[in-house]
Design a binder for this molecule. Structure first.
Ligand SMILES: [Zn+2]
Length: 276
């Protein structure tokens, strides 16, 4: 996908599975199961999408999937049956790990940040040795000091070892990290979740983050029970979705099939239309 001077690709690191009830919040199973069938453990399967944005001088990777550090037990719990695809997908796109200049995580849950690091003997090291890793400061603070409710989603080895490398770049709220690439903090899924917006040549690409993980979360009340601030998710959707329609944004989701589309609205209902 061309966004002005940028080349943008979306691909999946692989599939994982989470409880369907938790994914759809107050929506009854009778409704969400028509959109996403549950397995025998009530889990729904989802891709873990990554976004690659390149211009002549920069290689920006948004999200790194679940990585290769999960224990067999964790892989079983999250229904991860295959090794992570991140590095093979990058290779197929002609990108070596040392060529990545910036890594952005929308937030630090394990399914977005696991590939940031890998295990090298006894050590945990950065997968992308030359990159700066860009997170919201609020997310970093909450991830390194999780509470009883948030602990299950954060695995410190995915992000904590980056601090010692001097490659950590913490940002606050809204920031243009490169000309044409904006990060915006959207409190909802977590306190420090951020969306990514790429704008150039009259086009805008929007990458959702998990307050709207896939197209099934376009209806306003379809909000994950995982969200720590669901009413703020609702408020953000009421601002962002009409703007996405009005400004004809190209949209990619964190946990949908890896593809781009546009949001349309008819009689108050938002829909996703894939771009071929
Ligand atoms: Zn996620």
């Amino acid at each position: 996908m061309r966004i002005g001077r940028f080349d943008a690709r979306i691909f999946s690191d692989g599939v994982f599975r989470l409880d369907g009830g938790a994914m759809f919040g107050i929506v009854p199973k009778a409704l969400w199961e028509r959109q996403k069938p549950a397995d025998e453990r009530n889990r729904v399967a989802m891709d873990m999408n990554c976004l690659l944005i390149r211009d002549a001088d920069h290689v920006v990777l948004v999200e790194t999937g679940a990585g290769a550090k999960l224990t067999p037990k964790q892989q079983e719990i999250f229904g991860i049956d295959e090794p992570p695809r991140l590095l093979a997908e990058l290779k197929a796109l002609g990108v070596r790990p040392e060529e990545v200049t910036l890594v952005v995580n929308t937030h630090l849950h394990f399914d977005h940040s696991g590939g940031n690091t890998y295990r090298d003997g006894e050590r945990i090291v950065a997968t992308f040795p030359r990159a700066s890793y860009v997170f919201q400061r609020a997310e970093w603070q909450d991830a390194i000091a999780p509470n009883e409710r948030t602990r299950g989603s954060y695995l410190a080895d995915d992000f904590a070892p980056l601090e010692a490398t001097g490659k950590l770049e913490l940002v606050d709220d809204s920031v243009e990290i490169l000309p044409g690439i904006r990060l915006d903090r959207v409190q909802g899924h977590t306190r420090g979740t951020q969306t990514v917006r790429v704008t150039d040549g009259g086009e805008t690409l929007f990458f959702s983050s998990d307050f709207m993980p896939d197209r099934h979360h376009l209806p306003l009340p379809w909000i994950p029970a995982f969200d720590l601030f669901p009413l703020e998710t609702l408020a953000a959707k009421k601002v962002i979705l009409p703007r996405a329609v009005r400004e004809k944004w190209i949209v990619g989701f964190t946990h949908d099939v890896p593809r781009f589309g546009r949001i349309t609205e008819a009689e108050g209902r938002f829909r996703f239309e894939e771009i071929a």
